[in-house]
Design a protein around this ligand. Sequence first.
Ligand code: SF4
Length: 72
Amino acid sequence: MAGDDVPHRFIEVDAWGGSVMRRGDDGWCNALDRATLRCTIYARRPGVCRDYPEGGADCLVERARHGYPGAR
Ligand code: SF4
């Protein structure tokens, strides 16, 4: 999105020509530290991630779905 400053190595182009976050074989964003579940580019994460509320209902559901305790 306009205004995003994501490091280029974490971006790829999808089938429709859009810039998206590159994913690993596990399907998760490559900027995610798998050991800590923290974003390694937090200060430069894209706007769509900034709009996703930490500890919000969707966040907690996803964490529980993957067997992790609640955020924070
Ligand atoms: S906050 Fe966004 S950029 Fe960071 S790991 Fe999660 S999906 Fe990737």
